[in-house]
Ligand binder design. Structure first.
Ligand SMILES: NC(=O)c1ccc[n+]([C@@H]2O[C@H](COP(=O)([O-])OP(=O)(O)OC[C@H]3O[C@@H](n4cnc5c(N)ncnc54)[C@H](O)[C@@H]3O)[C@@H](O)[C@H]2O)c1
Length: 450
């Protein structure tokens, strides 16, 4: 589905006209394709204080063939363009040290090219020994979110909090935020856990040999998740209701996977899924709870059927399937990854969607509550919260509502199903072992509930 305004604004005559009228010019985002270099140019790396991650950051960049420049060669913002700016802010000791973050970032960001990346790494505020240090660390969150709103031309800024002991978990998230996989992830914060994680990215097939279940895979975002997980090497078990059987079979065939017709709200759904996974595939490595429905009405007009059906599909099914998979012998393989699809509506709320927003906020509560139990098993559970994603559903919205909805974010455009799929595929990777209990918005830094 093309974005007519973005395409026009980037065409010859459109570029001039949009500039003259002072209208926004959404960039054509640099999205991941297999074999694409991590970055299209050099990276500027700096520290605020005596950071402990500098060597780690530079090793990841050099491993991926990126030329690393340091502030000494930053040239006051007048040097050649760079593809990324990475700040190790783990050395902050007081709020006054934040000035050194500014001193590095201001000239560095001036040199950031189209689709550039800013990644800041800091210590976890909650672990600070004093209120002043907690303030300095938390300040990074405000700095990065605001910077993300200032960047243009498809550039993004994101923050990674790294507790001590979590150094090994840094490469996966760092690569994600630098790469085209995070094209529509902007202004986000991820807090890592102290675990061992493989330092390599797994090349073009990081999910090779993995079995991945995707619910609601017959169409829309779920079909895209199946495509991307399959592209990354997983065998996909595509699940959807029997009524969607034909479309489901087409998706499963396309990705070389298996179709499983299953209503996830059926009383025997958990048992059937467990049996299928154990008997046919020897268990699952990845489970993506994607199936979801909307039944919108203002709360005062909402009948209980609308309320109950949305809660049943979007939340209760995930609450039932997840422990069944956890508890059944061999259903989840060691190091399993569960990713639940929430929504921006579950964070910011949305008129006419009390049922939907309740279910999607519930998903966030569920993921956070389960994270410690998953960690004990060397597994992870996370949520992604998509913002405005261009699908057949959004194509049917009235023109004005759709255009406002799509543009109300820092990247000035709607996301694509593949953007959600890339974030999920990244969370499913072995290298994401240190990301647990997190909620990642894939919303281009939507201005609602940001
Ligand atoms: N499209 C967006 O902009 C957007 C934004 C935020 C969140 N989301 C979430 O992303 C997910 C996918 O959304 P989408 O836009 O692709 O929706 P969609 O309606 O296109 O696809 C949902 C799929 O889930 C399946 N499904 C529904 N009930 C099921 C059940 N009981 N058992 C098995 N499968 C079932 C449907 O048959 C369908 O194939 C949903 O959880 C949705 O809430 C979407």
């Amino acid at each position: 589905m093309s974005d007519w305004y973005r395409d026009f604004a980037n065409s010859g005559v459109g570029t001039t006209l949009v500039k003259q009228l002072g209208l926004p010019r959404p960039a054509v985002l640099r999205r991941y394709t297999p074999g694409q270099p991590l970055l299209d140019g050099p990276a500027l790396v700096g520290s605020a204080g005596e950071g402990r991650l500098r060597a780690e950051i530079e090793a990841v960049l050099r491993d991926d063939g990126v030329t690393v420049l340091s502030p000494a060669t930053a040239d006051g913002g007048s040097g050649p363009k760079v593809a990324a700016v990475v700040l190790d802010a783990t050395g902050l000791t007081t709020p006054a040290d934040l000035a050194s973050a500014h001193d590095f970032l201001a000239p560095a960001v001036k040199r950031l090219g189209t689709n550039g990346r800013v990644v800041v790494l800091g210590e976890v505020p909650g672990e600070a020994p004093s209120p002043a240090l907690a303030a300095a660390r938390q300040a990074l969150d405000g700095l990065v979110r605001s910077l993300a709103k200032e960047l243009r031309a498809g550039a993004t800024a994101n923050l990674v909090y790294v507790p001590s002991g979590a150094e090994a978990a840094v490469p996966g998230p760092l690569r994600f935020f630098l790469s085209g996989r995070s094209a529509y992830v902007d202004g986000q914060t991820v807090t890592l856990s102290a675990v061992d994680a493989p330092s390599g990215d797994g090349g073009t097939t990081p999910l090779a040999g993995k079995v991945a279940v995707v619910t609601g895979a017959a169409r829309g975002i779920g079909a895209s998740i199946a495509d991307v997980l399959g592209r990354d090497g997983a065998h996909v078990v595509a699940v959807d209701i029997p009524a969607a059987g034909q479309a489901l079979a087409a998706v499963a065939n396309r990705v070389g996977g298996t179709a499983l017709q299953l209503d996830i709200t059926a009383p025997d759904a958990a048992q059937r899924l467990v049996e299928h996974l154990v008997q046919r595939h020897g268990g699952a490595d990845v489970v993506v709870h994607n199936a979801g429905i909307t039944r919108d009405k203002l709360l005062v007009n909402m009948d209980s059927a609308r309320w109950n059906s949305v809660l049943a599909v979007n939340l209760q099914a995930q609450l039932d399937l997840t422990p069944a998979l956890l508890d059944a012998e061999g259903a989840l393989k060691p190091g399993a990854r569960v990713v639940a699809v929430s929504s921006q509506s579950g964070i910011a709320g949305n008129r006419g969607q009390t049922n939907y927003s309740a279910s999607k906020a519930g998903v966030i509560g569920m993921v956070r509550a389960w994270a410690p139990a998953f960690a004990e098993r060397g597994a992870t559970i996370n949520a992604v919260a998509p913002g405005f994603i261009v699908t057949e559903m959004t194509a049917k919205m009235p023109f004005g509502t759709r255009e406002v909805g799509a543009r109300l974010n820092s990247l000035q455009q709607g996301g694509l199903p593949v953007d959600v799929a890339e974030a999920i595929a990244w969370l499913a990777q072995p290298a994401s072992a240190g990301v647990n209990g997190q909620v990642l918005r894939v919303c281009g830094q939507n201005l609602l509930g940001a």
